[in-house]
Design a binder for this molecule. Structure first.
Ligand code: URA
Length: 263
């Protein structure tokens, strides 16, 4: 067993997944007499793939907000250069580094957190502190590592003392996050925590209400939405380990959606 799978197993056990049970309850007393009570439940045929979408091609809608320099980027590298030259967010003045992104730009999964913490600020990379280590273990439970995902944040500079970013700081950074998602064009977008959910989907309901549901992300430039799931932020799970059970359920749903989405 590799180091990663061992750590993933530890995470599962901590999350309460210490028995090999299925998602759907099985009435074993009600099973036909010929079937022993402890024999496996009948195999249910996989659902047929959804038929191809027909009809008129969805149109991108105009964006009413003032233009941001982020919109000019045609590659990820250009976006990084534009962000490094951008002075529209005051958090940049107190931060040590700009924390742009990490992982594989060709990934099918993109994860977005809130803002860099102290360790991320020091290293200039997202999710490298304690919550990043938990995130790596969470990803390992669905057989993913950083070479198979792309990770960034809504905010690119550490807020002093890890305070919550203000609405105007979020508004200044948001066009960069949106352009980054457009450029990566993932199959599945994962929003880590309520701040990313609120910033990118503008939903008033909190993370507890919306986590685990399939939502859609789109921008003015995109004709098609991206399958999006919000789940608990790893920092919250470190403080509230009892909720890992629900995060694990979300991860399984993400794994399933990725398998169904094809390459
Ligand atoms: N928390 C976040 O939301 N992002 C990071 O990069 C680190 C911690």
């Amino acid at each position: 067993m590799t180091e990663n799978s061992l750590r993933a197993l530890e995470w599962l056990i901590e999350a309460g997944a210490n028995e090999a049970v299925g998602e759907v309850p099985v009435d074993r007393f009600g099973l036909a007499g010929a079937q022993a009570a402890d024999s496996p439940p009948p195999v249910i045929a996989a659902r047929a793939p959804a038929p191809p979408v027909t009809g008129p091609k969805p149109q991108a809608r105009p964006d009413p907000r003032p233009a941001s320099p982020a919109a000019d980027a045609t590659t990820l590298d250009e976006l990084r250069q534009i962000l490094l030259a951008f002075d529209g967010c005051p958090l940049k003045r107190t931060a040590t580094n700009t924390v742009f992104a990490d992982g594989n730009p060709a990934a099918r999964v993109m994860l977005i957190g809130e803002a860099p913490g102290a360790e991320e600020d020091r290293q200039g990379k997202p999710f490298v502190g304690a919550s990043g280590q938990l995130l790596d273990r969470m990803l390992a439970t669905i057989d993913l590592d950083r070479s198979q995902v792309f990770i960034s944040n809504v905010i690119y500079w550490r807020p002093p003392g890890n305070r919550d970013p203000s609405p105007s700081e979020v508004a200044a950074c948001l066009p960069f996050a949106e352009r980054m998602i457009e450029l990566i064009d993932p199959r599945v977008l994962v929003l880590l925590g309520g701040a990313a959910l609120k910033a990118l989907l503008g939903r008033a309901e909190g993370i507890t209400r919306l986590r685990g549901q399939w939502l859609s992300f789109t921008t003015a430039r995109r004709a098609y939405p991206i399958d999006t799931m919000a789940t608990f932020h790893p920092a919250f799970l470190l403080r509230t380990p009892g909720q890992k059970r629900l995060a694990w359920r979300d991860l399984l749903a993400i794994k399933k959606r990725l398998a169904a989405a094809g390459p």
